[in-house]
Design a protein around this ligand. Structure first.
Ligand code: MG
Length: 159
C-alpha cells in the first residue's frame, strides 16, 4: 500500500442570473459562478486534487472548456469520470478535505447534502469527505462577493 496526496484549487467569478451550484447542489441566491460548465468550484478543485494525487494531469486536460460537450455540464460528471480513472489505476479514495470560500450565502447548513451528493459521485461513504466554509473577511474579489473559491486536498491509497 502507498499513500498519495494531491492538491486542487479553483475560483470562478460570480454573476447575476447564474445558478449558484456548489458541491453538486443548487443554493438559493441571486448570483452564481460564470463558467463553461456549471462552474462548481468544489467539484473542479476536487477533480484536480484527485487527478494530482494519482499523477493523471488536470481537469483542463480531461474536460477542456473549448469542448462544446461540456457546455453547461453538471460538474458531478467530471467527478464520476475521475473516479473511473482512479479505479483503472488501482487508486482508492481515502479522504478528501475541502475549504470553500464564499462571502454569502452561508454554506454550512448545506454541507450534509453536499457531502451526500459528492460522496455518491465518488463512490465513497460521506464520512470520507470533509467540508469547511470560510469567508474572506470582506477582502479582495472573494470578500466583495465577486467570486467563489475552493482549496482541496485529496488522499489516495494505491493498492
Ligand atoms: Mg473551474
Amino acid at each position: 500500500m502507498s499513500v498519495r496526496v494531491g492538491i486542487g484549487y479553483d475560483l470562478h467569478r460570480l454573476e447575476a442570473g447564474r445558478k449558484l451550484i456548489v458541491g453538486g447542489i443548487e443554493l438559493p441566491f441571486d448570483k452564481g459562478p460564470m463558467g463553461h460548465s456549471d462552474g462548481d468550484v468544489v467539484a473542479h478543485a476536487m477533480v484536480d486534487a484527485l487527478l494530482g494525487a494519482a499523477g493523471l494531469g488536470d481537469i483542463g486536460q480531461h474536460f477542456p472548456d473549448t469542448d462544446p460537450k461540456w457546455k453547461g455540464a453538471n460538474s458531478l460528471i467530471f467527478l464520476e469520470h475521475t473516479r473511473r480513472l482512479l479505479d483503472e489505476k488501482g487508486f482508492a479514495i481515502e479522504h478528501v478535505d475541502a475549504i470553500v470560500i464564499l462571502e454569502r450565502p452561508k454554506l454550512g447548513p448545506h454541507f450534509p447534502r453536499m457531502k451526500d451528493v459528492l460522496a455518491k459521485s465518488l463512490g465513497v461513504p460521506p464520512e470520507k469527505i470533509h467540508l469547511k466554509a470560510k469567508t474572506n473577511e470582506g477582502v479582495d474579489a472573494v470578500g466583495r462577493g465577486e467570486a467563489i473559491a475552493s482549496h482541496i486536498v485529496a488522499t489516495l491509497m494505491k493498492r
